[in-house]
Design a protein around this ligand. Structure first.
Ligand SMILES: Nc1nc2c(ncn2[C@@H]2O[C@H](COP(=O)(O)OP(=O)(O)O)[C@@H](O)[C@H]2O)c(=O)[nH]1
Ligand SMILES: [Mg+2]
Length: 273
């Protein structure tokens, strides 16, 4: 496969277990290049990636390692900075743990190529195995983000399967100290919207894997929900002082009217209906 010079797949990982190698292999089968940021993992899950990287070559697979666990947002920022230095323009961030749909990578990349100004956002389509507390918990986040963006433009602020325009995403993340852990996905989506980057919401299945199938989550209910409460308190406070700017960003975003028109998008829409 000829590696893309503009769009890469970026996989942040922390102690993902055997699922990591499988996810990287599956991603490589449909896209090149794939970059992995190993974020202070201590479970040895990244060790087999070195042999795979040697076999694939640096144009297809690159592995970055951070000495200490710093969080998904910090790992993605590291990847964004490295990607900018090599003139990549867009990165599809993919969970390492097998929850995201590999077969949607190519159509999401096509959607991003057709609308390079957009943040292409996965709108999760859950299977029957989704834990109910996750399903109801996210409704509150969705409602708060709709308030923060003065509308329903962002369909789901928590699902991490997205194609980011790298430059604005990097600059926003580099300028703040938050959005480093599970606050990363909602905070960056909202701040990109506030910066006038239009969201393009496309359906994508999200799986919940059983532990026996290698499913792993580091989400801690109390610690990470407290982080979310703090995130929304900060965003709402900021909205209060930047209200006119958010209103004008919303106007700009809506004027760009991102109706799905590219062929790849039509396919995805059809899937939903
Ligand atoms: N680099 C890095 N990535 C992380 C970290 N925590 C989570 N991730 C990434 O974020 C994805 C989602 O996290 P996960 O723990 O599965 O959360 P859940 O899917 O909401 O239960 C993982 O698959 C990793 O790709 C972290 O501390 N560092
Ligand atoms: Mg997960």
């Amino acid at each position: 496969m000829t590696p893309s010079a503009t769009h890469l797949v970026l996989i942040p990982t922390y102690n993902t277990g055997p699922r990591l190698l499988r996810t990287v292999r599956e991603a490589l089968a449909v896209w090149s290049p794939v970059w992995v940021v190993v974020d202070g993992s201590t479970d040895g899950s990244d060790a087999p990636l070195d042999a795979l990287a040697a076999e694939q070559g640096p144009a297809a697979l690159r592995v970055f390692r951070l000495a200490q666990n710093s969080g998904k947002g910090a790992a993605v920022l590291h990847g964004f900075a490295a990607a900018l230095a090599e003139n990549f323009t867009h990165a599809l961030v993919l969970d390492a743990d097998g929850q995201h749909p590999i077969d949607h990578i190519a159509p999401f990349m096509a959607a991003s190529a057709a609308r390079p100004e957009a943040l292409v956002l996965g709108r999760p389509v859950f299977g029957p195995e989704v834990p109910l507390e996750r399903l109801y918990g996210r409704k509150l986040s969705v409602g708060l983000v709709h308030l923060e963006c003065l509308g329903r433009d962002i369909a789901d602020p928590l699902f991490g399967f997205r194609v980011y325009p790298i430059k604005p995403s990097h600059d926003i993340l580099a300028a703040i100290r938050s959005a480093r852990r599970y606050d990363f996905d909602p905070e960056l989506a909202v701040r990109l919207f506030w910066a006038g980057v239009p969201p393009l919401n496309l359906p994508a299945p999200c799986r919940y894997l059983a532990k026996a199938d290698g499913g792993v989550s580091h989400f801690h209910y109390i610690r990470d929900n407290v982080r979310m409460v703090w995130l929304h308190a900060r965003l709402l406070a900021r909205l209060a002082v930047t209200f006119p700017r958010v209103l004008s960003a919303r106007r700009r975003v809506r004027n760009l009217s991102l109706s799905p028109s590219a062929p790849a998008l039509t396919t995805l829409q059809a899937e939903k209906d």
